[in-house]
Design a protein around this ligand. Structure first.
Ligand SMILES: *Cc1c(COP(=O)(O)O)cnc(C)c1O
Length: 350
């Protein structure tokens, strides 16, 4: 069997890229669909899987979209790319721009980006600019600049990002033999929910793979799609979805509506508990990534969702290593002992 070639090479006939685009790839995609039988039992579902997007090269699903956006940018003759980011887009753009030899400029909200994400962008030598404002304001700034200069905008308003990201839906259908009954995922700028719905509908129209109902989950402090209006000062521990003016908000609502699903909001505490539940299964994800499970748990507990007989896929979008402080600052500090066997025995036998 041939080795996995990355999402463009593998799904090329399904992707709207210009002819002759040479993939700039880090062999992203082909992430595992991990069964969690205990969670299935707790939710009353017949099967529960995590699509573990943390295992992409830069640690989040953003790599699927970035391989497409950067490949197309190179094909179009771009010498530089720019994005606004809550962190993972910056780390991913920096990695793929480095691979392609492009200049990469990223704007992030000052002081609101998790260490593992900022570190990634800096490691790949992106030019990181902190803005004294929100992600939404940073996105407005980079959009304006990209329209003025020969710099490619690689946020998910770039259609090629969605072309890459929709391949996750294809992989889920390929692994299960059909679409799941429900797909749960976090919603921030709403590119991913839009891409998944595109992917499922395109596969279904040609292969009859079925369509999932989609549960999009926002954090209560950053829930414009649930409130029905933008949020000026979004706040949540789930920094990847700390967005008050989702660029693809309309399409997200449409995906929820057309799939007979919905978009809901959950409190930060529920997100952190779901993060702990996933860690208890051996999967460490960043807080935003746990929003999908938090949303499912909440709907089931409130009696608004019955999952009997259903197959559920929960998308875990990014790795826990991105934001280690969230767990270390909340937990008790590890004990310190001298090099003394009795101290060790005392602690272990307590
Ligand atoms: C970007 C991101 C999201 C949100 O995705 P959108 O496409 O902005 O809705 C969720 N989780 C993680 C880890 C992310 O990096």
């Amino acid at each position: 069997m041939n080795a996995w070639p990355g999402v463009i090479e593998h799904y090329r006939p399904w992707m709207r890229l210009a002819e002759g685009v040479e993939p700039v790839t880090l062999l992203e995609g082909n992430t595992p669909l991990i069964p969690l039988p205990r969670q299935a039992a707790e939710l009353g579902a017949s099967a529960f899987y995590v699509k573990y997007e943390a295992l992409n090269p830069s640690g989040s699903f953003k790599d699927r979209g970035m391989t497409a956006a950067i490949s197309q940018a190179v094909h179009d003759g771009a010498k530089a790319v720019i994005c606004a980011s809550t962190g993972n887009t910056a780390a991913s753009a920096a990695a793929y721009a480095a691979r392609a030899g492009l200049r990469c400029i990223v704007l992030v909200p000052r002081g609101k980006v998790a260490a593992g994400k900022l570190g990634g962008a800096i490691a790949h030598a992106a030019e990181v600019i902190q803005v004294e404002g929100s992600f939404d304001q940073a996105l407005e700034m980079v959009s304006t600049l990209a329209a003025e200069r020969a710099i490619a905008l690689v946020n998910s308003v770039n259609p090629f990002r969605l072309e890459g990201q929709k391949t996750a839906a294809f992989e889920i259908c390929d692994a299960l033999g059909r679409a799941p009954d429900w797909l749960a995922l976090p919603v921030g700028n709403a590119g991913n929910i839009t891409a998944y719905w595109m992917g499922f509908t395109e596969y279904h129209s040609r292969l009859g793979s079925g369509l999932p109902r989609i549960l999009g989950v926002q954090a209560e402090g950053a829930a414009p799609l649930v409130l029905g209006h933008p949020v000026d000062k979004p706040e949540t521990v789930a920094t990847a979805i700390r967005i008050g003016r989702p660029a693809r908000g309309e399409q997200a609502l449409q995906a929820a509506r057309e799939s007979s699903g919905r978009i809901i909001a959950v409190p930060d505490e529920a997100i952190l508990q779901a993060q702990q539940a996933l860690a208890g299964e051996g999967l460490w994800v960043e807080p935003a990534s746990a929003a999908g499970l938090a949303g499912l748990q909440r709907e089931v507990a409130a009696g608004r969702l019955s999952l009997a007989g259903s197959t559920i896929v929960c998308v875990c979008t990014g790795h826990g290593l991105k934001d280690p402080d969230i767990v270390t600052t909340r937990a008790a500090k590890p004990r310190v002992i001298p090099v003394e066997m009795d101290s060790l025995r005392d602690l272990v036998d307590r």
